[in-house]
Design a protein around this ligand. Structure first.
Ligand code: TRP
Length: 452
């Protein structure tokens, strides 16, 4: 057995470090790349409303639960779930939740790394001045060329994974701590600059109306599922990433306060990204629903025309790269922690195996944007399939299972002891986690299946 107060993998040096790492995990491509494009595809305002409601009613209580389980278990999610289930006198098969999460993280990283590779490619494009004075057509052509080139995408996907695995190898404390400390605030400043530019772009009012005017008639069952899935995705919930980070958390830290900070920062970044992007979409007569290329087809237009745009563009894509890096580390950490615990591997070997497996699957994802783009299952190419399977299905179901475990299986007094909330706060959390979260996920699935 491990020492109860600390995980064998180490511990964060302070509450601040945990906040940085967890915020680093939450804020990533999900906020800046995915949120805008799925908002565009799902009609805007109403979708954003559902997403915000899911952050509040599902994301926050489940994040509290996930951090709590991690800190109490102090091992990889698989072993944490097994020992907590045993402690509560329940079925050790709860460990399969840890397994599902590990697999989800691995599947997400396979495509996450490809998209992060696009961001890296755009650092170079900006550096060579490719955006300067370009019009929407030229920017579109740049993106199409990248999509058409398996070679370029594989190159950047490989580079990104190598960097990720090097960081993971170095363990929890040395990883990205220092870098993230100043990168996050800088990213925030650049986003504010882009918002200021968007305000002057002529499409501002239309962009804001698109984002915040809720027309519920546009909302399909699948949009609701996507919004809910994205609430899990953007907060890194439902697969054990936040659980594993929680397992490195010192005992004296308030889980609830920390959660509010992380969820708040994450939401602000996503909304700022949307406010920066949609005015550009409308000012340039672009297509809001153009899909995963949206930020790559809009932001370079701003960088190509604003004063100092070359520098801001460079900074932006570098920061996006770092935001992706601090997220991808958390996607693979559960697998690495488990390989180390159960298979007697050292961290470097474990990282190498996990990284190699992601690399192979990522190649398939690259092909789904070009040579395999017509290869479809359920009308989805490999990228869309992986995204749908993980974000829309595995994460919400994983989150629901975490809620059920924290609300119904774990002894309430244990949860109370971990959370140290004021009585009323604890009751609210308990109500949300026992009834609201599991029921909401369940109802959305029924709705998608057409039962409701
Ligand atoms: N939250 C990250 C983003 O928005 C992605 C991510 C990192 C993630 N770790 C995760 C998603 C764990 C789901 C589960 O980009």
């Amino acid at each position: 057995m491990t020492d109860k107060s600390q995980s064998i993998h180490g511990q964060w040096s302070s509450r601040f470090t945990f906040i940085l790492a967890a915020t680093g995990s939450a804020v990533g491509l999900g906020n800046i790349w995915k949120f805008p494009y799925i908002t565009g595809e799902n009609g805007g305002g109403a979708f954003v409303m559902v997403y915000l409601m899911c952050i509040l009613g599902l994301g926050i209580p489940i994040m509290i639960a996930e951090i709590m389980l991690g800190r109490r278990g102090r091992q990889s999610p698989i072993n944490t779930m097994r020992s907590l289930a045993t402690e509560a006198g329940s079925d050790p098969r709860w460990q399969y939740l840890g397994w599902a999460g590990m697999i989800a993280g691995f599947l997400i990283l396979a495509y996450y790394s490809v998209i992060a590779g696009w961001a890296m490619a755009y650092i170079v494009k900006d550096f060579f001045g490719s955006f300067i004075n370009s019009d929407a057509m030229e920017i579109q052509r740049l993106f199409d060329n990248l999509m058409a080139s398996p070679f370029q995408q594989i190159f950047w996907h490989t580079a990104f994974l190598i960097i990720t695995m090097l960081c993971v190898m170095r363990g929890v404390q040395n990883g990205l701590e220092k870098a993230v400390r100043f990168l996050m605030p800088t990213l925030f400043v650049i986003l504010m600059l882009l918002v200021a530019y968007a305000m002057s772009s002529g499409g501002y009012e239309q962009g804001m109306a698109f984002l915040f005017h809720a027309d519920f008639s546009k909302l399909t069952a699948d949009s609701i599922l996507t919004a809910m899935g994205h609430a899990f995705f953007t907060l890194s919930l439902g697969m054990g990433a936040i659980m594993v980070y929680g397992s490195y958390l010192p005992n004296n830290v308030s889980i609830a306060k920390t959660t509010f900070f992380i969820a708040g920062a994450d939401t602000v970044v996503a909304l700022l990204a949307g406010i920066a992007i949609f005015p550009l979409v409308f000012a340039n007569n672009l297509e809001a629903g153009s899909g995963p290329g949206l930020i790559f087809q809009t932001l370079p237009l701003a960088f190509g025309h604003m004063t100092g745009g070359w520098l801001f563009g460079l900074l932006f894509f570098i920061l996006l790269f770092f935001a992706a890096l601090s997220s991808s580390i958390s996607l693979i950490e559960p697998a690495v922690a488990w390989l180390v615990e159960n298979n007697n591997m050292d961290r470097p070997t474990a990282s190498l195996w996990a990284g190699a497996a992601c690399w192979v699957l990522g190649i398939g994802v690259v092909f789904s944007f070009n040579i395999w783009s017509d290869l479809k299952l359920f009308d989805k190419n490999l990228f869309e399939l992986l995204d749908y399977l993980t974000a829309n299905m595995m994460l919400p179901l994983g989150g629901m299972a975490i809620a059920i475990f924290a609300g119904w299986i774990m002894q309430p007094k244990d949860a109370e002891e971990e959370l140290e909330l004021p009585a009323q706060g604890f009751q609210i959390w308990q109500f949300l986690i026992k009834y609201v979260s599991p029921a909401a996920v369940f109802l959305v699935f029924l709705h998608v299946l057409g039962v409701l």
